[in-house]
Design a protein around this ligand. Structure first.
Ligand code: ZN
Length: 296
C-alpha cells in the first residue's frame, strides 16, 4: 500500500511525454518476480550520521555504477528509475566532515561528497574479568591474528545485490545494549559498541536475518563462537557469543534459517546475541535495518 501511494504521488511530478513509459515501468514493477522487472528493494532507515547509512543518488544508467569509499566497494541499487549508493558511515567519522565517494559509470568518473551529520551515543561503565582487559602476550597475539582475519572477512564482496535491506530480528529478547555505546571496561575506554546485544537464554535458536551465504565461522577470543553471513555487495551480518554454531561456512541460507544458538562464549557478562551489520566493511546500526523494538 505504501508503495502504491508513493507511486501515485510520483505521477504528478512527471511530464505527459514520459507518463506512458513511466506507467509501463509501473506495470513492470507490479509484475510478478518472474518477469523482467527489477523488483523494488526495501531500504533501511537512512541517516547520514556516524554509524548510519547515507543514500546517494547516482542518476540513471544502463549498467550499475561502480562506487568506492576509502578504496572499499559500496552497495549500489536501483530502488526507482535512478541508481542509489547506500554508504555505511564509520562510527568514528566526525560530524561535519565529508566522505568522498568515487563513482565510475559509462559517463566517466566523478567524486561525490557526503557530509556527516551529528549524532551522540551514550557512555557505559562495565566491569569484566581482568584477564579480558589486560591480555596476556599469548592472548594479545591471538587477538591480533583474529582481528586481521576478521578484517579480511569483512572486506568480502559478492556481486549479486541483496534481495532486501530490511532484516528480521535474529532472536527475540530484550535489546540489552545498543549500537554506538561508548564502553569503559574497568576504567579503560574501549572501542564503541559495534553491534546490538539481544539478551536471551542459552540455547535459544538464532535465525539468519536475511537470505545469504555463510562466509566465516569460528571461535574467537572476544567474539566467541561466531557466524558471518553475506547478503550481497558487502551487506553482511555477524552473530557472536553463540553456544553452538549451526551453519557451515559456504552454506546458503534462506531468511530465518537457523545459524546457531544463543550462548555466552568469548568476552561476555551473560548470555546474549551480539548482532552486527556491515556495509562497505563498516559497522552500522542494526536498528536501522530491523523492525522497531517491541521489548527492551
Ligand atoms: Zn555486543
Amino acid at each position: 500500500m505504501t508503495l502504491r501511494r508513493r507511486m501515485t504521488r510520483g505521477l504528478g511530478t512527471i511530464g505527459s511525454m514520459q507518463r506512458r513509459s513511466f506507467l509501463l515501468a509501473l506495470a513492470a514493477l507490479a509484475a510478478p518476480a518472474s518477469g523482467n522487472a527489477t523488483p523494488a528493494v526495501a531500504l533501511p532507515r537512512i541517516a547520514a550520521v556516524p554509524g548510519g547509512v547515507a543514500r546517494v543518488d547516482l542518476g540513471p544508467a544502463d549498467t550499475p555504477p561502480q562506487v568506492t569509499v576509502d578504496g572499499r566497494r559500496v552497495l549500489v541499487m536501483r530502488p526507482a528509475r535512478d541508481w542509489s549508493a547506500l554508504v555505511g558511515i564509520p562510527l568514528a567519522a566526525r560530524p561535519g566532515s565529508t566522505l568522498a565517494l568515487q563513482v565510475a559509470d559509462a559517463a566517466g568518473s566523478r567524486e561525490i561528497a557526503v557530509r556527516v551529520q551529528p549524532k551522540r551515543y551514550a557512555t557505559q561503565q562495565l566491569k569484566v574479568a581482568p584477564k579480558h582487559v589486560q591480555l596476556s602476550p599469548e592472548d594479545l597475539a591471538r587477538h591480533e591474528r583474529e582481528r586481521e582475519h576478521l578484517q579480511q572477512v569483512l572486506q568480502h564482496w559478492s556481486y549479486a545485490p541483496p534481495s532486501t535491506l530490511r532484516l528480521r530480528t535474529p532472536v527475540s529478547g530484550r535489546r540489552s545494549s545498543s549500537f554506538g555505546l561508548r564502553r569503559v571496561f574497568n576504567g579503560e575506554a574501549r572501542n564503541p559498541h559495534s553491534g546490538m546485544d539481544i539478551a536471551a537464554p542459552v540455547g535459544t535458536p538464532v535465525a539468519a536475518a536475511a537470505a545469504g551465504a555463510v562466509i566465516d565461522t569460528g571461535e574467537y577470543f572476544f567474539n566467541g563462537n561466531t557466524v558471518i553471513v553475506d547478503h550481497g555487495q558487502g551487506f553482511l551480518t555477524l552473530y557472536c557469543h553463540l553456544d553452538a554454531i549451526g551453519a557451515a561456512s559456504g552454506a546458503r541460507l534462506a531468511a530465518g534459517e537457523p545459524i546457531g544458538t544463543v550462548g555466552a562464549t568469548g568476552r561476555v557478562t551473560g548470555p546474549h546475541l551480539h548482532f552486527s551489520v556491515y556495509l562497505n566493511a563498516t559497522a552500522v546500526d542494526p536498528a536501522l535495518f530491523l523492525p522497531a523494538a517491541t521489548t527492551g
